[in-house]
Design a protein around this ligand. Structure first.
Ligand SMILES: [Zn+2]
Ligand SMILES: [Zn+2]
Length: 267
């Protein structure tokens, strides 16, 4: 079975290509021989970033998918990528209970109310201080909130901040990373292998290999594979490298979700 892409954005995400329509992805999936599409557009409630204040109308979203379904053999599934903030537990619970999502990625797109992308989060912090604070926030999130399936791009903080390098020493952060992964595993949640770093010039996936390997060593089994495509050309980008990396880390299966339930595909 060709592995479906478990992280992709359509033009319902404000930062995605306007040509990234459902129809364009359907055509691409049909041509690629993939049997399922899992759309995971952005929902960042209470964001300080103006662009992301627009939340898709999921009632309309779902009826569009239902209308398109008879025209294709590709199964159309509705996922979402939520941007965690500690004060939003109730708001996300309500939002998620209002729509029948198949899959929920929880990501941290801001920390302490400060944006990563515009650099506010990094002001006054050394590189290691910023990364440590980010991982502390991830730890708090997975400790306190369970209404998600996988944690998104768990070490992508290295993509931002005006530092000379865009990497971290795994051993330096290992204690906190171990704590995060242990909580995720104990609570029956998972992580994703997000291949976007490969095409953004970072030279590695999010998370990088050491973290994926550590997750496996600690007993992690739930791991999805996603390109984080914001345009149709990036759909399933980096999948061969991603699968190779998963095998190297000791995984025999990759996870996909439907109805918030994990399914395991042999790799
Ligand atoms: Zn994200
Ligand atoms: Zn994303």
């Amino acid at each position: 079975m060709r592995i479906p892409d478990s992280h992709m954005h359509t033009n319902f995400s404000p930062d995605a290509d306007k040509a990234a329509t459902f129809e364009a992805y359907i055509e691409k999936a049909e041509r690629s021989g993939v049997k399922r599409l899992m759309f995971t557009d952005h929902v960042d409630l209470n964001t300080t970033v103006a662009l992301f204040q627009m939340i898709p109308d999921y009632t309309a979203y779902r009826s569009t998918l239902k209308r398109l379904q008879p025209s294709t053999d590709v199964e159309l599934c509705m996922g979402v990528e939520i941007g965690y903030q500690p004060e939003l537990h109730q708001a996300y619970d309500t939002f998620l209970s209002n729509h029948p999502f198949d899959f929920v990625i929880m990501s941290l797109h801001t920390g302490d109310g400060l944006d990563f992308h515009n650099g506010d989060f990094f002001i006054g912090k050394t590189q290691n201080e910023a990364y440590r604070r980010y991982f502390e926030l991830v730890k708090d999130a997975v400790k306190r909130y369970d209404n998600y399936d996988v944690f998104g791009h768990i070490d992508y903080i290295i993509r931002y901040g005006d530092y000379a390098t865009r990497d971290y020493d795994f051993e330096t952060f290992r204690p906190i990373i171990d704590a995060i992964l242990t909580i995720i595993i104990e609570k029956g949640r998972g992580i994703e292998l997000n291949t976007s770093g490969l095409r953004y010039g970072l030279g590695h996936t999010h998370p990088k290999f050491e973290l994926v390997k550590r997750y496996k060593e600690l007993g992690g089994t739930i791991i999805t594979l996603g390109s984080d495509a914001h345009s149709v050309k990036d759909y399933r980008a980096g999948f061969e490298e991603g699968l190779e990396l998963l095998r190297e880390a000791g995984f025999t299966h990759v996870t996909v979700f439907k109805n918030r339930t994990p399914e395991f595909i042999e790799i």
